[in-house]
Write a protein that binds this ligand. Structure first.
Ligand code: ATP
Length: 503
């Protein structure tokens, strides 16, 4: 695995996985562009998630809802009121920080003074942040007295009281001058699932338990985007809302925890690199009955959330439904007189209408990319003493499945065979097969090691009967990324050979 974020960032840029957004104008913070190889890896990762969670199950439907949503959706979801992070300003530099990030990044003695000043144990960091938020006037004094420095200037800041900063992006809709004609860019894909609950049930005749899966962009105006693609303002999520009868929710929560850990393992993220955080009651979001955060050991960052698996009780559908009073809701919800739909489904045993409980496994695509790249990243010393970087991606994730390399670039008899092989292998439908005639063979191998191409197929003079060994006519060399073994394979058997290994 990678040892530092820097070596990943460098590989991603050098080989065309990930670029800074709007780079030619100086870049835009918190926005990244996925390059030629990044888009392939990302598509493969999303396809793997979809395959496991939609195709291989019999209790799941898919959805692709729109990104811009009616403001009422985000009002009744609770996001208008509570989707915020605490922010502080430094009056001296006019820089603005997310409170918890600011404190966490200080030296240990400064953090200890902040904790002491606000009256909490330094060992319970979330409690320190909560206390700072709860006593804003005191918090400003404590930050200054503890000597909290501005990461930008390096000097002790003149800090304001922490204030909540709502992270939703809003945008005007239509050619109107009316202040109220705006919508929100969704801050999570989940809300599109809840608002389509009735549509999906009515159109598919689903009964409990069942789930709806969605992959798509979400937008969060993070105060301090950072750590490469770990915390960005435009992100992508892979979310499931799994609907079940109240009382069965705890078993389903456990089911999804196990299922999700198995999936990560199949993507090359081993179980021992993920810690399960059973989020303490006092840190739970207001809608959550219980949440498991999967914490992956990121290079440089250490353990940080890669996926959250929450038991959201009947909060979401209960918040968006009409006739709330008649439905015996368990969650505490705000009154809703705007919704025109009753979001119930027959209880599997009593057949009476019920608002189901929801289990939500929610994973970030960008954080998944980072984890998968980090696990695959390998630096090896070869037998001849030279070093190589190789991305040991699982074959189903590899951006390029096979590179077909003609050993001479301007010999038609060789390039013609190479192109025919490329076209043939492409038809297998395994993903991208690349015809590769740039530079020398050693460089091509090194490049394909670094981008994780499982096999390189080389067409040489022997292949076309113009080499030294007539027995090699109509055969090619296949080089294995991981073992470096080179094997001579008959062209007529090549497609089967590759298919067997890349299935
Ligand atoms: P954090 O505490 O790290 O800000 P969160 O608890 O707000 O994350 P959720 O709201 O649970 O995150 O979102 C579900 C998933 O979406 C996360 O596990 C993460 O993988 C991803 N995610 C959330 N915010 C971002 C972001 N700003 N950039 C990239 N991925 C994100």
């Amino acid at each position: 695995p990678a040892h530092s974020m820097e070596e990943l960032v460098s590989l991603c840029k050098r080989r065309g996985f990930i670029f800074q957004g709007s780079e030619i104008y100086g870049g835009l913070q918190g926005f990244y562009d996925y390059g030629p190889l990044g888009v392939e890896l990302k598509n493969n990762l999303k396809a793997a998630w979809w395959r496991t969670n939609v195709y291989e199950r019999d209790d799941m439907e898919g959805l692709d809802a729109s990104i811009i949503m009616h403001r009422m959706v985000l009002r009744h979801s609770g996001h208008e009121a509570t989707f915020s992070d605490p922010m502080v300003d430094n009056r001296k530099t006019k820089k603005r920080y997310r409170l918890d990030h600011l404190v966490k990044d200080q030296k240990a003695d400064v953090i200890a003074r902040v904790a002491e000043g606000i009256g909490e144990s330094v060992d319970n960091f979330p409690a320190v942040v909560a206390a700072l938020v709860a006593q804003p006037a005191r918090a400003a004094e404590v930050l200054v007295a503890a000597g909290v420095r501005d990461p930008f200037s390096g000097e002790v800041g003149d800090w304001t009281e922490p204030k909540p900063f709502n992270m939703m992006f809003r945008t005007t809709i239509g050619p109107t001058a009316d202040e109220d004609s705006f919508g929100y860019l969704r801050p999570e894909t989940a809300q599109g699932i809840f608002t389509n609950f009735k549509n999906v049930v009515d159109s598919t005749s689903r009964r409990l338990p069942f789930g709806i899966a969605q992959i798509g962009k979400a937008f969060r105006n993070e105060i301090t985007p950072r750590n490469f693609i770990f915390r960005v303002r435009e992100l992508e999520q892979m979310e499931i809302e799994f609907f079940c009868a109240p009382g069965t929710d705890e078993d389903w929560h456990q089911h999804w925890l196990d299922a999700r850990l198995a999936w990560w393992e199949a993507q090359g993220v081993p179980r021992e690199k993920i810690q399960i955080l059973d989020v303490p009651k006092e840190d739970l979001a207001h809608y959550s009955k219980r949440t498991y955060d999967l914490m992956y050991d990121y290079p440089t960052l250490g353990y940080e959330e890669i996926e959250g698996i929450a038991n959201r009780s009947d909060y979401d559908l209960g918040s968006h439904t009409k006739s709330q009073g008649e439905l015996g809701l368990v969650a505490r919800v705000e009154e809703n007189t705007d919704s025109i739909a009753k979001l119930t489904i027959p209880h599997p045993e009593t057949n009476k209408p019920v608002v189901p409980f929801v289990i939500e496994p929610s994973a970030g695509v960008d954080r998944a990319m980072l984890a998968v790249l980090s696990e695959a990243f390998t630096k090896e010393t070869l037998e001849n003493g030279s070093e190589r970087i190789v991305l040991k991606l699982r074959p189903h994730l590899a951006p390029i499945k096979v590179a077909v390399i003609p050993l001479a670039r301007n010999r038609e008899e060789i390039t013609g065979v190479a192109r025919a092989i490329k076209a043939d292998l492409q038809k297998l439908g395994l993903g991208r097969v690349l015809y590769e005639d740039s530079g020398n063979i050693g460089k091509a191998y090194r490049r394909h090691d670094e981008v994780g191409t499982p096999y390189c197929v080389t067409v040489d003079f022997d292949t076309v009967g113009k080499g030294e060994d007539p027995n090699l006519t109509d055969t090619v060399t296949v080089r294995d990324r991981d073992t470096l073994a080179q094997e001579r394979v008959k062209i007529s058997e090549l497609a089967g050979w590759i298919r067997e290994r890349l299935r």
